[in-house]
Design a protein around this ligand. Structure first.
Ligand code: GRF
Length: 191
């Protein structure tokens, strides 16, 4: 049986993308075949290249044009799209062709602290400002709205009193790295 092929979309550092690439290296049924970024100098592009993964940059206007992005995804023979720190909406044409086969990770317990403009340290700042006693990560399917697709899994961490943004961010990152590849693997194998 042919392996299921993942294309990762990412805009930044790509620590989750690297985890995914390494997790599926040598996997019998799943492979990461490409990384696409909308940021020309995103670290994810060089990190993925170093790991032998085809990596391409395309500007936002391309990424937001359904037919353009679809043709690139087809060229990569993509079965699944994984968003790992990708900050733009996915065009409707792509959502309809890949319905139920696009997964995102978000660094909060959605529906809390999601939506447009809620990313990176902004999420953690808001959690701390609200004096929450817990936070976590959400892995979910992607639809046409930011962070509103069906949830697949959530993982929690507790906050200590007086905890700083950097500390919370590190805890969240740990959860992401530990669980995202495993959940993606489970979803793909069960599909
Ligand atoms: C992660 O916190 C993820 O939850 C969010 O964007 C961040 C990406 O980090 N969607 P990295 O580029 O994978 O290090």
């Amino acid at each position: 049986m042919e392996k299921k092929r993942i294309t990762i979309l990412a805009s930044g550092t790509g620590s989750n993308a690297v985890r995914l690439i390494n997790h599926f290296k040598g996997h019998p049924q799943i492979q990461v075949s490409a990384v696409i970024s909308n940021k020309k100098d995103a670290r994810v592009l060089t990190s993925a290249e170093e790991l032998g993964i085809r990596s391409v940059y395309n500007e936002n206007s391309f990424m937001e044009t359904g037919e353009a992005l679809l043709s690139l995804l087809r060229e990569f023979r993509t079965d699944w799209i994984i968003l790992a720190g990708y900050l733009r909406l996915i065009p409707a044409e792509v959502i309809s062709e890949f319905n139920g086969r696009i997964i995102n990770i978000h660094p909060s317990l959605l529906p809390l602290y999601g939506g447009k403009g809620m990313y990176g340290s902004k999420v953690h700042e808001a959690v701390i400002a609200d004096k929450r006693s817990e936070s976590g990560i959400t892995i979910h399917f992607v639809n046409s709205k930011f962070d509103e697709g069906d949830r697949i899994a959530q993982f929690f961490c507790t906050l200590e009193g007086g905890e700083g943004v950097g500390h919370l961010e590190a805890k969240i990152r740990k959860l992401e790295h530990a669980y995202f590849p495993l959940v993606v693997e489970q979803v793909i194998l069960q599909a």
